[in-house]
Design a protein around this ligand. Structure first.
Ligand code: ADP
Length: 880
């Protein structure tokens, strides 16, 4: 047996054969018919449709051959598939390739073979259609042609077989995918709606049916519009038509949030994604187009969003309420804001918010903000009164009362059948749902809010959710109360202050006008009394007593007026002190002069203990210090016992001088100490024969404080009292011994030899003395000192000196005032003025120059410069 070499493409040929999936398949009548036709057409005993694989030839159809397959090796067909044309062996015995093969040499003794290759669609020879005979034979051309045609027919059958298999496979796959698709659609969590191009519903899956509340038969074949709210339904047909003609998209292929219409009429928020189903049918016909809509139920999402929105709104309300409360309160909009917020947060139709106050021992509700519930004029007025705080709610049994008086949370979602609140008056808006919540702070109901007619039921979840709002309200009510309290307090203070200011001004005005009014007649009274007493005709004893009484009472009255005026002036801030170095001893001496007579009168021993403070300089206002000492010493004398003692003691204490006035008098009870410095409070002395006004100590303390010190007291009843104060030490004194008394008016030099008169208005004797020393060097001038501007002005008018020196800080009329008067008076306007002041402010200097002063000297001044200036001014006067 000859072996035939295989072609290079054998592997591909075998693959093409396997791909046909025909080997070992059932008999096929189509192939059998073909072999039958061939057998009878060619009149041969054997016809095969043989398919040649790796090792065998398998017969798809066979006639005259018993075996379904035979080995490939040495077979006629294996040669035939290798040739690309009709393969004919006319006599096998003559062909050495086959002559000795078993089927040739043995039964069935094959002599003739004609095989035409059968090709797969991709061009490989996968088998043959072959005719086999037992006699040698030749095929005519026409026979050959017929065989070729039959082979082509066999090829077509092969293709058909292949296609049928493919189709079956596809059908199988498509059935499976359809089943899967149906399962997916039906079991999908999302709702799926399939419609045709006209909008008719073809399918609705279970989810969609459940979501929209329908049974399949209620929707199938109906227009999908029925599943849409009115606003979309009306335009849906147009959308669909427009899409199909122009491709304009609204929802198709986009997907958006819309609302679906439930069977019960409610609307359901859904996400809708629509896509067109790719279809092979006629796309111009609407019925053959299909769209699938996938509906995702957004109710949970919408609810979550709404909750989130609500949370945010609540937070905003709380945040604004807390951060902006001041502005809200001052604009009176806090309650309105809270009420509106409450309505919005709970989607209620009505809301009120109020504060609980106590009225006649019972809780009552003061409404701060309330929705309008009025239904006619009288109820409108009632609401207004409630809003304006002119009316309060007090019935503890009403639906509101149970909250503000009972402290209960009252909830009703069926007010019409709720017996708790009693019937509403006729005309009152119908309330369906009601919720009243108490606002509690530290166990006390301080307010409440109520809401009514929400779209949904009120419940415990809402009450819980509103807790932050409730506690913020508590906080705001507390703040509101605090601010109100503060404002009330401030207002009261303002009223009190205005009243005090008014009365203080009235007092000052009254006192100053009274002092004028009183002083004038008093002057006359005292003057005439003195005239009477000193008259040429001696008075009868009784008359003399009466005149003395007039004089005593008059001078008491004068004292009183002076002290009261002084006090009033200090209180109104009109008194200024001039603190400068003054000789303490000198002040004391002057004071002693004044009080000595009183002491002698009362038989009181008066001692002065200077203890190293002789001639020391202290910082004080000369006149005011003298006033203090006179007051303390005269009190010590007045309130002393018979033949008692008063000691005025000065001690050095570091850089201060401690000055005390002690007596051996009646003393002051501890419980009276606090009233000691009260004006007009004489601590009972008004019932005694001791004269006094009750103003002295008040004035003394005020003067001391003006001088930046204070008066202190120690006392023991029946033993005596010590009044003391301290002054800053400026310098220790020299050994110079002063005159026992300094006369207030001094004339230095001999008037006969000195042609220039100089007047010096100065209350401080130390300064007077200094000036006197300076003038002793000026031989042509005579200096005259006066203690006050008032006295100086009189002298200036009557004597018209050549020069006037003015201390600015004079008691009573000050230097500037005196200067102005002098300049305005034709008698004195030409007299040059020099200001000598403890102050040195630029303002003082400017004022002096504005008033026409010729110069301004601040203490301590340059003596030489001043002396020169004085001489210049005097010479200029001379030349006039
Ligand atoms: P008065 O004009 O009454 O003396 P004062 O203001 O000086 O007014 O004193 C007030 C009151 O204080 C006196 O009325 C007196 O009762 C009491 N008082 C003042 N000084 C003394 C003192 N040294 N000893 C006892 N009582 C005094």
């Amino acid at each position: 047996m000859l072996d035939m070499p295989l072609e290079d493409t054998e592997a591909q040929r075998l693959a093409a054969l396997r791909n046909l999936q025909i080997l070992d398949t059932e008999a096929d009548p189509a192939f059998d018919n073909l072999t039958q036709v061939a057998a009878s057409l060619f009149n041969v005993p054997m016809v095969l449709v043989s398919l040649v694989d790796e090792h065998r030839q398998w017969f798809k159809s066979r006639i005259g051959v018993l075996f379904p397959q035979l080995p490939r090796q040495g077979s006629f067909c294996s040669y035939a598939v290798q040739s690309n044309e009709l393969f004919i062996i006319e006599d096998a015995l003559l062909d050495p390739r086959f002559a000795h093969t078993p089927f040739v040499s043995g039964p069935p003794h094959i002599r003739f073979y004609a095989g035409m290759p059968i090709r797969s669609e991709d061009g490989f020879n996968v088998g043959t259609l072959c005719l086999i005979g037992t006699e040698p034979r030749q095929l005519s051309d026409i026979e050959q042609h017929h065989l070729i045609l039959l082979a082509r027919q066999a090829e077509q059958l092969l293709y058909l077989h292949y296609r049928t298999i493919q189709l079956a496979l596809q059908t199988q796959q498509s059935t499976a995918s359809n089943a899967r698709y149906a399962a997916i659609i039906e079991s999908a969590a999302a709702g799926i709606v399939r419609i045709d191009g006209r909008g008719r519903i073809l399918q609705l899956n279970d989810s969609a049916l459940r979501m929209l509340g329908y049974q399949p038969e209620e929707v199938l074949e109906k227009n999908v519009k029925m599943l849409m709210p009115e606003r979309w339904a009306t335009q849906h047909d147009e959308y669909l038509a427009a899409y199909q003609t122009t491709g304009e998209k609204h929802v198709i292929g986009i997907g958006r949030e819309v609302a679906a219409q439930h069977k019960d009429g409610t609307q359901i928020p859904v996400h809708l994604a629509v896509s067109e189903v790719q279809h092979q049918g006629d796309l111009t016909a609407s019925e053959s187009r299909e769209f699938i809509g996938i509906l995702s139920d957004l109710r949970a999402v919408a609810a979550a969003r709404e909750r989130e929105q609500q949370e945010r709104s609540l937070l905003q309300v709380l945040h604004r309420g807390l951060t902006d409360y001041h502005a809200l309160l001052s604009g009176n909009t806090l309650w309105q804001f809270l009420k509106e917020a409450l309505k919005e947060l709970t989607q209620s139709e009505y809301a009120l918010i109020g504060e609980v106050i106590c009225r006649e021992g019972s809780p009552a509700l003061k409404i701060h903000a309330i929705s309008d519930l009025s239904w006619n004029e009288p109820t409108r007025q009632l609401m207004q009164k409630l809003r304006d705080g002119e009316m309060f709610l007090s019935n503890p049994d009403s639906m509101l009362g149970q909250v503000f008086a009972g402290g209960q949370t009252v909830l009703s979602n069926n007010m019409l059948d709720d017996s708790r609140g009693g019937a509403l008056p006729k005309g009152h808006p119908v309330l369906h749902r009601y919720l009243g919540v108490p606002i509690i702070d530290r166990g006390e109901v301080i307010g409440m809010y109520a809401i009514a007619n929400a779209q949904q039921d009120y419940d415990d979840v809402l009450i819980d959710w509103l807790k932050p709002f409730t506690s913020t309200c508590a906080l705001l009510i507390n703040l509101y109360r605090q601010i109100n309290e503060q404002e009330r307090f401030t207002e009261e203070l303002k009223v009190a202050r205005d009243l005090a200011e008014r009365s203080s001004k009235a007092k000052t005005d009254f006192l100053s006008s009274m002092s004028h009014e009183l002083r004038t007649p008093l002057n006359a009274i005292l003057g005439f009394a003195q005239l009477l007493g000193n008259g040429k005709q001696p008075l009868a004893e009784r008359q003399q007593r009466q005149v003395d009484q007039i004089l005593r009472s008059g001078s008491h009255l004068l004292n009183l007026i002076n002290e009261v005026l002084d006090l009033a002036r200090i209180e109104s801030g009109h008194t200024q002190v001039s603190l400068e170095p003054i000789n303490l001893q000198e002040v004391i001496e002057e004071t002693l002069e004044i009080v000595r007579a009183l002491a002698v009168n009362q038989n009181i021993g008066l001692q002065v203990q200077l203890e190293g403070t002789q001639n020391c300089l202290v910082e004080a206002d000369y006149t005011r210090l003298k006033q203090i000492l006179i007051n303390l010493l005269s009190n010590a004398i007045k309130y002393n016992r018979l033949a008692g003692t008063v000691i005025l003691r000065c001690q050095l204490r570091e850089n201060r001088v401690h000055i005390s006035v002690s007596d051996t008098g009646i003393g002051i009870a501890a419980e009276q100490m606090s009233m000691l410095f009260e004006p007009f409070n004489r601590l009972g002395a008004q019932n005694s024969s001791i004269e006094g006004t009750g103003v002295g100590l008040a004035l003394t303390r005020k003067l001391a404080r003006l001088m930046q010190t204070d008066i202190f007291v120690e006392s023991a009843v029946g033993e005596g009292s010590v009044f003391y104060f301290e002054l800053p030490l400026v310098s220790m004194g020299s050994a110079r011994v002063l005159d026992a008394a300094v006369v207030p008016e001094l004339v230095i030099g001999e008037s006969t030899t000195k042609k220039h008169q100089v007047l010096y208005m100065e209350d401080n004797p130390e300064n007077q003395r200094l000036m006197q020393d300076m003038f002793s060097e000026i031989v042509t001038a005579q200096l005259r000192c006066v203690c006050s501007a008032e006295a100086g002005f009189e002298i200036a008018c009557s004597e018209q000196p050549h020069l006037i020196l003015l201390d600015i800080d004079l008691p009573g009329m000050n230097g500037f005032q005196a200067g102005r008067m002098l300049k305005n008076n034709p008698l004195t306007s030409k007299i040059p003025l020099l200001a000598i002041s403890a102050g040195f402010s630029a303002e003082d200097k400017q004022q002096a120059s504005r008033l026409g002063f010729a110069g301004f000297y601040s203490k301590p001044f340059n003596l030489h410069a001043l002396a020169e200036h004085i001489q210049q001014l005097l010479s200029a006067q001379e030349s006039l």
